[in-house]
Design a protein around this ligand. Structure first.
Ligand code: FMN
Length: 158
């Protein structure tokens, strides 16, 4: 299982879709915060999700999630999936992407690469441990993000 990327730009500049749920009920959202590395001797992906996101519900209810990456021509679609909620839009049918099974979870056929992740850890970021300027900028009015760390159990390529 190998994945070669520029870890400092793959989330920040390329963006990704974070998807949780199964074929009968799932949701997806755009993310630009994330990490890849090693924890407890396992390959892991980390994502940071506000509790207000509909996808957050699916992350909590399911054991697995996927992180998927797309070619540049899908950026507009990722912009839509990152600005509208699955509570208000049928993301499965209106996004222009084609849902596809990814192990026990879901991804989209247009993905260049999908990391299939098994949840290992979840914790709400504690503002007491975050620098004050960041708390002021991001967490004055909104609840802090939840960190989810998943073991990468499979890598699917187009
Ligand atoms: C480029 C981009 C990156 C984003 N990154 C994150 C992120 O890392 N974490 C997060 O909680 N929300 C992030 N968002 C916001 C969610 O994608 C957005 O609120 C989305 O509509 C949530 O959808 P949902 O309610 O269907 O889950 C990002 C949005 C965009 C456009």
């Amino acid at each position: 299982m190998e994945f070669t990327t520029d870890v400092f730009s793959v989330f920040d500049r390329k963006w990704a879709l974070l998807t949780a749920g199964d074929k009968d009920s799932f949701n997806t959202m755009t993310i630009s915060w994330g990490g890849l590395g090693t924890l407890w001797g396992r390959p892991v992906a980390s994502v940071y999700v506000r509790q207000s996101r509909y996808t957050h519900d699916f992350l909590d209810k399911n054991d697995c999630f996927t992180v998927s990456f797309y070619p540049e021509e899908r950026r507009k679609t990722l912009g839509v999936l990152g600005s509208r909620s699955g509570r208000d839009m049928d993301k499965m049918h209106e996004s222009g992407l084609t849902p596809a099974a990814a192990g026990p979870s879901m991804t989209f056929a247009e993905a260049e690469c999908t990391l299939v992740c098994k949840k290992l850890f979840r914790q709400t970021l504690d503002p007491a441990n975050i620098p004050g300027d960041i708390v002021d900028a991001l967490y004055k009015t909104d609840a802090p993000h939840d960190l989810y760390i998943g073991e990468v159990v499979d890598i699917l390529r187009a």
